[in-house]
Design a protein around this ligand. Structure first.
Ligand SMILES: [Zn+2]
Ligand SMILES: [Zn+2]
Length: 222
């Protein structure tokens, strides 16, 4: 068994305390230690680190969207330097295998917060992006969970939002389009939750089309 990040053998750092779980582990101890899980206190809605009940991002959306279409976001890791490096290997250098490094924690988070059988919606990627990268990173994460996928949403607008302010994001055209009626409960899957605008655009369409409960499970909260 080899670590999915550094490719070192995992057996070699097996000690008495880890002996019984090494067969299921996908990361060596030193790589695992560098991934930083989100700790309390966090926003009750989106898991951003804050002492407040609701973070400034969530307050912004609530004020400006009227009713926030997103019921809740669950994230697992912080966006530390190590995670940034992993993400760039995963997304920009097309290292698909890295996704298995997050498998255990992604599955655990899913089972701790959601029930089986709920449809997952990986955030759609533009066709041209899939062509460049070879895969959709959100779909790669969703496939770790072994739950039904909802594939009735497509991306018609552009992806790059990182340089926009919240106001620009708010007034931007919804980059997604629904091509099928969504199920009642949907969990949106994505790699990174920053201000939550992407996930909320998707949630807005789902709710308008009749979905009752829309949450998201994202690997990283930046
Ligand atoms: Zn390692
Ligand atoms: Zn929040």
């Amino acid at each position: 068994m080899h670590c999915k990040i550094c490719l070192q053998s995992i057996e070699k750092d097996t000690t008495w305390s880890t002996l019984f779980d090494f067969r299921e582990r996908t990361l060596c101890l030193s790589c695992d230690e560098q991934l930083e899980k989100i700790r309390e206190p966090t926003c009750k809605k989106c898991m951003k680190r804050t002492e407040e009940k609701l973070c400034s991002d969530c307050m912004f959306w609530e004020q400006h969207l009227g009713e926030d279409p997103l019921d809740r976001n669950i994230s697992i890791y912080t966006y530390n330097e190590y995670m940034k490096e992993m993400m760039s290997r995963f997304k920009y250098r097309g290292d698909y295998e890295i996704v298995y490094a997050w498998k255990d924690s992604f599955q655990q988070a899913f089972h701790a917060h959601f029930s089986k059988g709920i449809h997952l919606l990986p955030i759609p990627l533009a066709e041209s992006r899939i062509f460049d990268r070879g895969f959709n990173q959100a779909e790669a994460l969703a496939r770790l969970l072994d739950q039904p996928l909802f594939a009735g949403m497509i991306r018609t607008g552009q992806e790059k939002q990182s340089k926009r302010t919240k106001w620009e994001r708010l007034s931007a055209k919804n980059p997604f389009e629904l091509i099928e009626t969504p199920p009642e409960n949907v969990i949106i899957i994505d790699d990174l939750f920053t201000t939550g605008s992407t996930v909320r655009f998707a949630a807005q369409l789902l709710k308008k089309a009749g979905a009752k409960c829309v949450s998201s499970l994202t690997l990283v909260r930046s």
